[in-house]
Structure formats: C-alpha cells, structure tokens
Design a protein around this ligand. Structure first.
Ligand code: UT7
Length: 398
C-alpha cells in the first residue's frame, strides 16, 4: 500500500458479498447431540438452523470467497484494493493474519492486510478502520471482511453455547470519495468489566495450549448467557442511537437496521428501545444463527440483494460482543443494489485458493460431535453455470 490518494470526505460502500457453507445443522440435529429441543431454541433465540464449514474450508477460504464477491460487485479488480481489514475471533492461525492469506487467495499483489479483534463487533470496528484510512487518503479502496469458523471452537456438550453459533463470511468494499452519502456516523464502545462474560480461556499467552487445557475444555468458547443478554439489550439501542445522532439523523430516518444476528429477542429489544417496528430490523438468524463478526456483513449483503435497500436509504449496522464491545455505523446507501446478485454469481468457491503450509499435515478439523453430520451425502447443490452473468460494470462512486 502506498500513500497516493488525497484526503476525501466520505467512505462509500461500493461492493458487498457473502459466503456460507452448504452443510446445514438444524435444531433437530442438535437435539440428538445435547439436552435441548427445537421449541426451546426457537422461542429463546429465534434460530432454526446454522451452517457448518466442510473439512477443506477455513476462515480464510470463506473470507476470500465473500471478499472476491464484494470486489466483483464493486466492479473493481482485486489489485484495486489497497488494504484488507479482516475481523474474526476464529483466525486460521495465531500468525500469519487471516487477512494475509486472503490477500493471496483473491489474487491481490499490492494491498496491506491485517486482522481486527473485536469479537462479534469486529466487522463494525473493521469498517471504522477502513473509513479512517480512506478519509485520511491512506487508501482508496479497502476490503472489509467479517469471517468466522465458530463450529470448531464449540463444546457440543454445552447447550448454553453450541446451539447459538454457525459459520460464514461477509464482506464490503469501502471506497473513498467526495460524493455525498456513504458513512455518516460511527459509535464504538468497549466495557472491559465484561471481559470474561464471553471468552475462550486457553491458547493465548496467559494459558498456552497443553494437554491439561484441552482436558479441561478450555479451548472452547465460554459464555455467561444472561449477563451477555443484559449487556446487549442495554447497549445495542444506545450505540445505534449515538451513531444515528452523529450522522445528524433521528432513528425514524433510518429505513433499515442491520443488527448483529445473535438472538431475535435482543433484536426485538433494539426495536423497542428505538420505538421502531420490527419491519425496520433485518433478520436472518433463523437460517445462520450467530456468525459473530460475519453476521452483520452477511445480513447486509442479503438485505441489499433481497431488495430491502435503495439508493438514498439510510441504514444502520449495529453489533455487540465479547470485550464487552459494541459498535454502530450509519450510512447513506449510494451503490446500485442490483449489482450484488451478479457479483455473487461471478465467484465460485473454487475460484479462490488459500495456500497450504508445506510439509505439514493438519489433523482432521471436524469436531467429533459433528462427524456424523459431515459424513452425510452432499446437500443439494444447484449449479450456477447457467446464470453466470459476467463482470458487472464499474461502480459509479470511486
Ligand atoms: O454475539 C454475542 C454472543 N452471545 C449472545 O448473544 C448471548 C446472549 N444471551 C442469550 O441469547 C440468552 O441468554 C441465551 C439464549 C444464551 C439463553 O437464554 P435465556 O432465556 O437467558 O436462558 P437462561 O440461560 O436463563 O436459561 C433458562 C433455562 C435454564 O433452565 P432452568 O435453570 O430454568 O431449569 C437453562 O438451563 O433454560 C435452560 N437452557 C436450555 N434448555 C434447553 C439453557 N440452554 C438451553 C438449551 N436447551 N439449549
């Protein structure tokens, strides 16, 4: 990355894309693994099913597909990207960054690449980083990705966590411009007194991985559900409101909220806190569960592709997560929503290739509890050959 651009006033979303694995884990599947039931999960969370990455997939591979789709939607080439910022709490490795692996996988030769760690708020934090770079003139086009492979970090005997999470990736291209619209207001919070309410105890410097940490199950995500729920319902609406006010708007001016997809009751509480009807909240958690940093960009891409966003609409993306962190960004949409479907169809998972380590055999990554599910015959696969429409035209905002 070179500092070649002049400072600009605005950061616009010019591309968006998503990828979710094909394998579905339903509530009925979970009933066979742990003491739970579909009725409890649906009434307490709204989740009906979630996706599970296949053995050959990683956080980087999913991120690369979503990222390349976002680049195709924007009408840019991979080498137009100056910076890749990837939010995840499930990186492929402690080092190198997952963003570095994505850079090579999408065929970019010139971007700087880094990961951002802010758990489920990570995508909003990464977006704010992109905005800072483009408005400072340090980058013209930034690829912002949220990607998670959470199913490999879950204890499938802990019904308080394993029912909630799933895998996937979403991405946007943030481009600098003096055109009106784009990102209007951002609010970020961090409350470290909640640091141990959602955490993954072992594997870091405080508790390096060992037989003992594995025997204790300290390599799995742990969560105090009720405390986290209280934090979310207390903070999400206020963080969204702060970002909306910084944008010079009122909640009623926002046509669609893209909230972190953790729990339908939390999203209902946000709507209530902002005195807005639920039809202003985009919801897809019934199909994917909580995909942490990937949930907001997956939801954004689906909302746009489903026709829920028009040019000139104000939308607010808002998230919360471990840390405790929260973040919201209010934007005025400026890109042609119709571009997303073509961008998605232009990239297939086989189009990206994450480089594997030399002379190193990884162990089977599929958790034993999911082995039976993952050995089922391939789910229905609809070939895209007939509908590949070619490259979209370049985006109007650059
Ligand atoms: O991205 C951020 C990630 N975290 C979150 O968003 C989590 C926020 N928290 C939540 O979404 C909710 O707290 C949960 C969905 C995790 C739990 O819902 P809850 O309404 O807070 O339930 P609870 O923990 O108060 O448990 C109520 C009952 C308990 O039984 P008793 O003690 O009343 O007999 C639990 O043992 O439900 C039981 N329970 C379950 N029952 C069936 C807890 N998990 C399950 C389960 N299936 N999976």
């Amino acid at each position: 990355m070179t500092n070649e651009s002049a400072p600009v006033r605005r950061a616009h979303v010019t591309g968006w894309g998503r990828y979710v694995p094909e394998q579905i884990l339903t509530n009925a599947d979970l009933e066979k693994m742990v003491d739970t039931n579909d009725e409890w999960i649906v009434t307490r969370t709204g989740i009906r099913e979630r996706r599970v990455a296949a053995a050959h997939e990683t956080t980087a591979s999913m991120a690369a597909v979503a990222g390349l789709r976002a680049i195709r939607t924007s009408g840019l080439d991979p080498d137009d990207i100056d910076l890749i910022v990837l939010a995840t709490l499930t990186p492929d490795y402690w080092m190198p960054s997952t963003a570095a692996l994505v850079k090579e996988a999408i065929g970019n030769t010139r971007a700087a690449a880094m990961d951002v760690s802010a758990a489920c708020s990570g995508f909003v934090y990464a977006f704010s980083t992109a905005q800072a770079y483009v408005t400072a003139g340090l980058a013209r086009h930034v690829l912002v990705i949220g990607a998670e492979l959470l199913t490999r970090f879950l204890d499938y005997t802990d019904r308080g966590t394993c029912i909630l999470f799933g895998d996937g990736a979403g991405a946007v291209v943030v481009s600098g411009s003096d055109e009106p619209g784009g990102s209007l207001g951002i609010s970020l919070t961090t409350e470290p007194q909640g640091a141990y309410m959602i955490w993954l105890p072992a594997g870091g410097a405080k508790s390096p991985p060992s037989r003992e940490t594995v025997a204790r199950g300290e390599h799995y995500i742990r969560m105090e559900g009720r405390e986290t729920y209280r934090f979310a319902t207390r903070t999400l609406a206020s963080t969204a409101l702060e970002s909306i006010r910084r944008a010079g708007l009122e909640p009623g001016d926002v046509s669609l909220f893209i909230p972190h997809q953790a729990n339908i009751r939390i999203i209902e509480a946000v709507a209530k806190g902002l005195s807005l009807p639920m039809n202003r909240m985009f919801v897809n958690l019934d199909r994917y569960g909580n995909t942490s940093a990937a949930s907001v960009p997956i939801a954004l891409a689906e909302a746009v592709n489903e026709g829920r966003v028009a040019v000139g609409d104000r939308i607010c993306m808002v998230a919360f997560g471990a840390g405790f962190t929260s973040g919201a960004v209010t934007i005025e949409w400026t890109a042609d929503p119709a571009r997303g479907t073509a961008g998605d169809a232009a990239v297939r998972p086989g189009d990206v290739n994450v480089r594997l380590p030399v002379d190193w055999d990884s162990v089977d990554p599929i958790p034993p509890a999911l082995a039976a599910l993952m050995s089922r015959p391939d789910p229905l696969h609809i070939p895209l050959d007939d509908v590949v429409p070619g490259d979209p035209e370049p985006a109007s905002v650059t």
